[in-house]
Design a protein around this ligand. Sequence first.
Ligand SMILES: *Cc1c(COP(=O)(O)O)cnc(C)c1O
Length: 524
Amino acid sequence: MTQMDRSQGRLARPANDDADTLAPVVTASGHRALLLEEPLIFEQGADGRTGVDLPEPAGRPSRLGGLDRRGAIGLPGLSEPQVVRHFTRLSQKNYGIDSGFFPLGSCTMKHNPRLNEKMARLPGFADLHPLQPPETVQGALALIHELAHWLTTLTGMPAVALSPAAGAHGEFCGMAAIRSALAARGDVRRRVLVPESAHGTNPATAAVLGYEVDPIPATDRGRVDLAAFKAKLGSDVAAVMITNPNTCGLFEDEIQDISRLIHEAGGFFYCDGANFNAIVGRVRPADLGVDCMHINLHKTFSTPHGGGGPGSGPVVLSAALAPYAPLPMVVMEQGQYRLVETAEGDAAASFGRLKAFHGQMGMFVRALAYMKSHGADGLRQVASDAVLNANYILARLKGDITASFEGPTMHEALFDDRFLKDTGVSTLDFAKALIDEGFHPMTMYFPLVVHGAMLIEPTETESKQSIDQFCDTMLSLARRAKEGDAASFQAAPRLTPRRRLDETQAARKPVLRWTQPALPKAAE
Ligand SMILES: *Cc1c(COP(=O)(O)O)cnc(C)c1O
């Protein structure tokens, strides 16, 4: 294989690499160079070892009234350096946006500016307690209020609920507001229409709220089939949930018709705003007729995410849905910010609380820092650059890797597995080979509307250089697959600490608990 041109950085292997002529390296230690194997922390622990070593105080009577622990507690005993090394080594096995390109489609894995981190760590924000009296946290409430202003301005919507903790939670919030609005007018509706290309959280949200999910097929242009949508409308349809741009990376160009038709049928238009990065500063969802939409602050407004980390999914609401918004909300009264925490006054129709406290304060700070450092013009440029980067990838790859739909795309490029036909290589094999090449794979097998999907979202923060390196790698893998190198794809990844895992077993029978071999006998 030819080594690709890398004009920067050190070689990942020595130039005089003769490893190919020797047997594969098997080390006595199990380590691979300075990448160390790492046992579980429990396997490393030893009884009685500790990070502090103070003598047992003598002659102090126990005040536990006979409730002292008698046996070993079963927690690992470790010294401080062991703990530090353990977690440092684990962190080195983790891959994140700070390690390299992360083209996971639909996830908007963009750089998280360090300025945001600095702001979030200011003690005036970081050290607050959610139960502090509002008079003592006026600055934090002002920040929440200002963030709400940016979100309502960018979307053109009159109200926003800030407490949802993620996109999926925001969906729940928006759909719960819709259900409340319908209930308030005595209108029982049981169906929610969801396009086939939707993210799994959309049908899940509708189902959790007791609705029947009715899928809308896609056209061969990758958009909602308007005729099929029309045919499904009726007086029992509560809402349609549409992602725009959709999960094929395409703008739903009949969105205004969809919005008009659902409203004529007495239903609501829920918009999944996870892809807002593609249109922020350029399209106001209110102008499309949206009734409510969640915004993933951790995607569009660049707060770190992944691995279940903190998210934030504010929901913007139309005037018709605003009365049902969850508590608490921040209001400004006589020069003071106040938290409305009970269903009273203007909030009398609120459907209640979604979570403890007020939302993810750290995410609010990061998102507002991001917005203010970009400014309105900068946010517009974010959308343009994200779309430009995705189209650059589409243009570079589509000659060799089958693009699913004709024409330009928005913020992500969708390919399918037709180019792998008869090669014996699957989308999964291709993604695993990408790992050996030093790239986190793209989103695979989603959306479901194309076969063997590969969904690539570069975001605006990737340089042309890193995108080119990725495209070069994709093209070289495509060439290898077509040249009949299936066996090496099926064996990939070969350079990772662990090879292919049994993902079915891992999902069906996860081993989530470490069981202690045998505790030492309780001391008498
Ligand atoms: C990420 C995403 C969601 C869910 O958001 P979370 O913050 O992960 O809960 C919903 N819809 C789409 C299209 C997404 O990409």
